[in-house]
Design a protein around this ligand. Structure first.
Ligand code: AGP
Length: 606
């Protein structure tokens, strides 16, 4: 999960490269670097930390090279420092890389035996010396094909050569890479977001392909070095306002945007005049599908867990859920009548993409639920259900989670109705209730002040638990993940009914425990589990929904009541206070909310 940029222009490129690297920082921000070519020599500058540190460097400010590559890093091999930052260069070659070279140790041994000297602890550096070695006997294209065939693992590469003042090479296997076309200049980037400020004409490389980027044209080749033609896509040119506006953080903005992003999603799919759900061009007949398998990572996995309850409630389909990094290595029993659904905000998560590729290799039915419609997962799925949430910059996913579960809920409703598992009148009622969801989320966002004070208790604790049953269990997991990834506090989501089977031993005096207990079918049972933890000294934050019935318990530390609605929709409302709890907890700690330590927005490595 790093970010790559390359620019081949008639004018100096360092400023544009730095600007693009800033847009790519969401992919990794341990360190950054740039290399440009000028007057027959490669000028390389690298720095620890953010791109700003690189930008302040006077050498960078005076770079005049018209060809260059840049990189933001999320460390996989070697400490996050300036030596291990990319680019990695020899006298003749400079390389930026996103991915993992799995046979780097073996290759390094071979290259050292050939006299190559290594400076870093990274796997990437073997690529530099391998190309340098192959250039001794091959021309550029052949040295690239030969090098790529020797690499095991995944890569998106940007490469410049001391002796080639008019070209940049890009190559892709397993990590995303795009080409952009500009006026008298052309670009290479990890994704369209990095290129959008310079062009909306994009070509995506597919695995095994590489390209030669000149100032006035780009050539594409397959892994055997045979020239191929590639489509130029015209992306929506309106440059969405990516700035934070008056918000302190992108995450704060994205939490508040949820009523409108849900409204977008409902508008895109719900046909109010015919009281129906439009899932256009769904490529399968419902009688061809007997099982749904939902696959994702992190928050996207929690979306899958949430959807399971809806598919079980609204359809008679069999439902499986799996974490992508587990699914891809499991001894799966692939079935033709199973629809495999891949959930991913970025559409570039390596494990989810690999799981999709595995299903495609078995000729399975594949559908993706994504936010980035130009992404690899979207492009490689048979069918795509966009969530229409707009760019999500905060590494901790918020609006995309609600967007994912909305689309999965609509898919469950639609399939249930088409299969006649769900009667028309119940289908109509649920669609009618759904229309109120954005406003209900808007009202729930007003729980702000209470949450701000509550979050302090979580900060002072050495750990916390998030408990829920049924529909609330996936939300408990999501709430715990938000607190972990933003405030670096240990938090565990757990099925409330499971506490007595061991984790109850964790409960001690004053430990904060969030209990999600909406007035649904699980309410009474969850309240008894809540009393079990209160009896052992826990400080319980109860999150339920408004009701005329009294809450049947005492000694509850704090209670938050969300609006009342159709039970299907309560998970959306329960999520909002948990997002805010994590946000305010991290804010109080002074942590970087949009770029938490050790994380990145799109995990494009295993
Ligand atoms: C969510 O807050 C995390 N940043 C992370 O778990 C994320 O959901 C996961 O990496 C999956 O990303 P994707 O949705 O882009 O595939």
């Amino acid at each position: 999960m790093c970010g790559i940029i390359g620019i081949n222009s008639k004018k100096p490129v360092s400023a544009s490269i730095i600007n693009s690297l800033k847009k790519l920082e969401y992919r990794g921000y341990d360190s950054a670097g740039i290399a440009t070519l000028h007057a027959g020599s490669i000028n390389e500058v690298k720095s620890e930390g953010r791109v700003d540190n690189l930008e302040k460097n006077s050498v960078v400010q005076n770079m005049v090279g018209t060809i260059g590559i840049g990189h933001v890093r999320w460390a996989t091999h070697g400490l996050p420092n300036s030596i291990n930052a990319h680019p990695h260069s020899s006298q003749n070659v400079s390389v930026v890389h996103n991915g993992i070279i799995e046979n780097s140790t073996l290759l390094k041994k071979f290259l050292v035996s050939k006299g190559h000297k290594f400076k870093s602890q990274t796997d990437t550096e073997v690529i530099v010396h391998l190309i340098t070695e192959n250039l001794k006997t091959e021309n550029i294209v052949n040295s690239i094909t030969k090098t790529l065939k020797s690499l095991h693992g995944s890569f998106a590469l940007g490469i410049i050569f001391k002796d080639q003042p008019d070209l940049i090479i890009g190559a892709r296997r397993g990590s995303p890479l795009a080409v952009g076309y500009g006026p008298n200049e052309n670009y290479l980037g990890s994704d369209s977001y990095a290129l959008k400020s310079m062009t909306n004409k994009i070509t995506y490389l597919s695995d095994g392909e590489f390209c030669v980027i000149k100032k006035d044209h780009v050539e594409f080749f397959n892994e055997d070095g045979i020239k191929i033609n590639k489509k130029v896509l015209e992306l929506s040119s309106e440059e969405e306002k990516y700035d934070k506006g008056d918000y302190k953080h992108f995450m704060a903005k994205e939490i508040e945007e949820q009523p409108s992003t849900l409204k977008n999603g409902i508008k895109e799919y719900v046909d109010t005049s015919n009281n129906d759900i439009n899932i256009f061009n769904f490529p399968w007949k419902t009688n061809e599908i007997s099982t749904i398998t939902l696959i994702g990572c992190g928050t996207a996995y929690h979306s899958c867990l949430m959807a399971r309850y809806w598919f079980e409630e609204l359809t008679n389909l069999n439902v499986n859920v799996d974490i992508a990094s587990e699914f891809r290595y499991r001894k799966n029993r692939f079935k033709k009548d199973t629809l495999y659904v891949f959930v991913s905000q970025s559409g570039e998560t390596a494990d989810t993409y690999a799981a999709l590729s595995l299903c495609k290799s078995k000729e399975m039915k594949t559908c993706s639920v994504v936010n980035v419609i130009e992404s690899s997962i979207a492009r490689d799925s048979e069918f795509v259900l966009p969530i229409h949430c707009g760019t999500e910059i905060g590494v901790a996913s918020t609006k995309a989670f609600l967007g994912q579960i909305l689309i999965l809920y609509l898919l469950a409703l639609k399939l249930g109705f088409l299969r006649k598992d769900l009667k028309r009148e119940l289908f109509n009622k649920k669609l009618k209730d759904l229309k109120e969801l954005p406003d209900l989320v808007q009202q729930t966002l007003l729980t702000d002040n209470k949450i701000q004070t509550i979050s302090k208790t979580f900060n002072d604790a050495k750990g916390s638990m998030f408990l829920g049953r049924g529909f609330s269990y996936p939300i408990a997991l999501e709430g715990a993940l938000k607190l972990k990834e933003l405030s670096y506090i240990h938090a565990e989501g757990y099925p409330a009914g499971e506490m007595k089977h061991g984790p109850l031993a964790l409960i001690e005096e004053g430990m904060p425990v969030v209990v999600l207990a909406p007035r649904d079918d699980y309410y009474k049972k969850t309240i008894s589990n809540m009393q079990e933890v209160i009896a052992r000294g826990a400080k319980v934050l109860l999150i339920t929904n408004k009701s005329k019935d009294e809450i049947i318990s005492e000694n509850i530390w704090e209670t938050i009541e969300v609006e009342t609605t159709n039970a299907d929709l309560l998970p959306f409302l329960l999520t909002v206070p948990l997002q805010k709890l994590a946000y305010y907890s991290a804010l109080k700690k002074g942590y970087d909310i949009d770029k938490p330590r050790n994380l990145a927005k799109s995990v494009t490595v295993e």
